[in-house]
Design a protein around this ligand. Structure first.
Ligand code: HEM
Length: 456
């Protein structure tokens, strides 16, 4: 089965046509040749962008010389009102310090500690969905709710029903609608000073979110100071001193980080889980195999070690991340002239790494557009993955939450598939588009039934 893929545009269009297409959707605005090219240049009147698909070049930028390719300043433009000086946007010494404080909270042992909170969120998601059995359900809404619940419970030990948490979630949804593109300003062939669409609304929503997050963070600071703070990710991060300077985050610095944990943590997982559910709804045999794998354990009562037993479920999620990487493109900037494939990249050129194209590259993957979870256990699949699978990025700037997100996905999928059977709704084929993350143009609609009531 070939799952939905945006129709790429013809290889040659004028800059103004490209701009119009881009404004509609960055994925379908790209030419078809990007699925087979090793490198492509986009010249605009204001700057040059180079998209690189060649694995050794990607490794040069992400793994070998990341210090020479910092995050592009253009990335931050739309996001700074919400994220401030968060680890997602900073570079150099500031970024290094932030990672030194944040990383210990996401190490293996700590992920284990977050397991009960993730499981409680999975149980809550099942209970919520029980009320929607029978009718078509917009599943991105369900996964957004579940992923936000996971973040609130693991970070601040509160469920999404908490009053402030609920408000943050509502404001984030508004933000997502007014901020169309995460990370992709580097492609946008318009000068920085040109007024952007929705700017004012986005700024107002960002301010509202930050006010709420500040309230939660300040309350936690107070709880820590009187010794009454729960042992969760927020407490861990806020009490961890920088091993180099001994200093902790101030409340203001922590607000910036909490903003990115909410944004990066729930938007991405929600997108990936929604596409996974669509893919298994469209492939009942694969859904049946997950159900069979999960049937050996009670997902609502399983323990942390059980996650590693759900190997096929994990491979299905990986395959969904390959086809629908929530962060479709990442942007870096050159700090010195570089020569890639005999072409010179000037200082300040934008370097785009596109998990979307890399993970569907015709020269790097066998049958790249097909949904085939079994590829993850073949030598060819494993070799392609080593070369061209970067849904969480790679190198020292790799996603902090990668292990967290993998554990969360397996727990939620196990809980949902063991309880429900998902099927597609006739006539409703989702069309992928890049918003804040990769979403479906009109949502992802699925029919939800009780699993006991049907056949596999
Ligand atoms: C399926 C889920 C997720 C995906 C696909 C994903 C993907 C990514 C990617 C591609 C980046 C690098 C972006 C770039 O370099 O431009 C990133 C960075 C980041 N992610 Fe995730 N992410 C996921 C879940 C999470 C979760 C659950 C958290 C935290 C709770 C998180 C926190 C972060 C942070 C803090 C960064 C910035 C790291 C840095 O720049 O040093 N992510 N993520």
């Amino acid at each position: 089965m070939i799952p939905p893929k945006p129709e790429p545009r013809a290889d040659k269009v004028s800059l103004w046509k490209y701009l119009r297409l881009f404004r509609k959707d960055i994925l379908s605005a790209q030419p078809a040749r990007l699925y087979r090219a090793w490198m492509a240049e986009f010249r605009t009147p204001f700057f040059s962008s180079f998209l690189i698909n060649q694995p050794d070049l990607v490794k040069t930028v992400l793994n070998m010389r990341p210090q020479d390719f910092p995050k592009s300043g253009r990335v931050g433009e739309g996001l700074r009102p919400l994220l401030g000086n968060s680890v997602f946007l900073t570079n150099g010494k500031v970024w290094e310090r932030q990672r030194r404080i944040i990383d210990p909270a996401f190490e293996g042992g700590r992920i284990k500690d977050t397991f009960p909170a993730m499981q409680a969120a999975a149980n809550a998601a099942v209970t919520r969905l029980e009320g929607q059995v029978g009718a078509p359900v917009e599943i991105e809404e369900v996964t957004s709710h579940a992923a936000a619940d996971v973040i609130f419970r693991t970070l601040f030990s509160v469920p999404i029903e908490d009053e402030v948490a609920g408000k943050v979630f509502t404001e984030f949804r508004r933000y997502q609608r007014t901020q169309p593109i995460l990370n992709l300003a580097a492609f946008l062939p318009i000068p920085r000073w040109m007024p952007r669409l929705h700017r004012l609304t986005t700024k107002k929503t960002a301010a509202a979110i930050r006010a709420l997050i500040t309230e939660m963070t300040a309350r936690r600071q107070m709880e820590i100071s009187v010794g009454l703070a729960p042992d969760d990710l927020a407490t861990k991060i806020m009490t961890t001193p920088d091993p180099v300077t001994g200093e902790r985050f101030t409340t203001g610095e922590m607000v910036d980080q909490v903003a990115i944990f909410f944004l990066a943590g729930h938007e991405t997982s929600a997108s990936a889980l929604a596409w996974t559910l669509y893919l298994i709804a469209a492939n009942p045999d694969i859904q049946g195999r997950i159900a069979a794998e999960v049937s050996g354990i009670d997902p609502l009562k399983m323990g942390f070690p059980d996650i590693s037993k759900l190997k096929f479920t994990r491979d299905v999620f990986r395959e969904a991340l390959r086809l629908y990487p929530p962060v479709p493109m990442m942007v870096r900037e050159t700090t010195q002239p570089e020569t890639f494939r005999d072409r010179t990249l000037p200082i300040g050129a934008q370097v785009v790494i596109s998990p979307w194209h890399l993970q569907r590259h015709t020269r790097l993957w066998d049958d790249p557009d097909a949904f085939r979870p079994e590829r993850w256990q073949t030598p060819e699949g494993k070799s392609s993955a080593r070369e061209a699978f970067v849904p969480f990025s790679s190198g020292r700037r790799v996603c902090t939450g990668a292990s967290f997100a993998m554990a969360e996905a397996v727990i939620l999928l196990a809980a949902l598939v063991s309880r429900f059977r998902f099927s597609t709704v006739p006539g409703k084929v989702p069309v992928p588009e890049a918003h804040l993350t990769v979403r479906a143009r009109d949502g992802i609609w699925l029919q939800v039934a009780d699993r006991e009531s049907g056949q596999d």
